[in-house]
Design a protein around this ligand. Structure first.
Ligand SMILES: C[S@@+](CC[C@H](N)C(=O)[O-])C[C@H]1O[C@@H](n2cnc3c(N)ncnc32)[C@H](O)[C@@H]1O
Length: 284
């Protein structure tokens, strides 16, 4: 699964892709109210990440105020049973920001679920004495342990959205549980839980294969689409912070009917459009 074609599938399907160049808050004002089913996005984290255009270093208050602005714009276009999957992270030196952000968004959305995107994990089981998997990026520190996870907040308008938990379910390790637990209905699948191990695809060159400093894997967004529980072929999905388009690739993979993306940086948007074989829309 390493070639670019596999990383960015442009499978022949019917997903309508509208990818806009420009500020998402301005662009969202042109999207009809309550027209979007699902938002999967990762905004800048305000951790000083070096994007090619966007400056990721506002004062904390500026960042939180701006976050409420785009969140309100997202809420306006979301249907009443729509959901926002929001991927954010802190850093060892700035651990509070994701928590401050989610507290601030409390006036706008209800936090229905908190998931953890696990990038690297080490496990020990009775059968496997030691297994490490995923993308481990070591830090050189006596104070901090290496951070191997990010948050994925599931935000809704009512806190009451039904989910298709088994669409991202996992098989039982001990099959005797299938008969023992009545709720299984005889099926070899259980809820995955809120720790999602989703490693990055292995690449040889970041510049050529993943030319963006802060991406999420396509599979992470695909899981959100499956969990959200609307028929993909009738779903309108949005990513206001598109980057190089992993959420759009997930939409294509899952046969989502209509995908809308905004990206302020032409360089990143062009990469997304090239990989998705579509044209950027330059007027918002
Ligand atoms: C964390 S990255 C998203 C990466 C994306 N999930 C991916 O996998 O490629 C955030 C992106 O938001 C873009 N951005 C920043 N401010 C924006 C704005 N006001 N409107 C639209 N995009 C913006 C940045 O240029 C950056 O590419």
């Amino acid at each position: 699964m390493n070639s670019e074609a596999e990383l960015f599938p442009t499978s022949p399907n019917n997903t309508r892709l509208d990818l806009y160049l420009g500020d998402c808050v301005a662009g969202l004002a042109n999207i009809p109210e309550k027209s979007v089913d699902l938002v999967v996005t990762s905004p800048p984290y305000n951790l000083g990440i070096k994007y090619s255009k966007y400056k990721d270093q506002r004062t904390p208050e500026e960042y939180l105020t701006w976050s409420c602005e785009w969140a309100e714009a997202v809420k306006r276009v979301l249907k009443d049973d729509g959901a926002l999957f929001l991927n954010v992270a802190g850093s060892p030196k700035q651990p509070y920001m994701p928590h401050e952000l989610i507290l601030r968004l409390r006036d706008i959305f209800i936090l229905q679920n908190t998931l953890h995107w696990i990038k690297s994990i080490s496990v020990k089981t009775p059968d496997v004495p030691h297994l490490s998997a995923g993308h481990f990026k070591p830090i050189n520190s006596k104070r901090y342990i290496t951070d191997c996870h990010e948050y994925l907040f599931h935000l809704t308008k009512t806190g009451d959205n039904a989910l298709d938990r088994l669409a991202v379910g996992v098989p039982y390790t001990y099959k005797s549980n299938i008969a023992r637990w009545g709720h299984t209905d005889g099926k070899d699948k259980r809820c995955r839980g809120n720790n999602w191990f989703v490693p990055y695809q292995t690449i040889k060159s970041r510049k050529g294969e993943r030319p963006h400093p802060a991406t999420f894997p396509i599979e992470l967004a695909e899981n959100c689409i499956k969990l959200h529980n609307t028929e993909a072929s009738q779903t309108t999905m949005l990513d206001p912070f598109l980057g190089i388009g992993h959420s759009a690739s997930a939409a294509v993979q899952q046969n989502v009917e209509h995908f809308i993306g905004f990206e302020i940086d032409e360089e990143y948007l062009n990469v997304a459009c090239e990989r998705l074989a579509t044209q950027p829309i330059k007027e918002i």
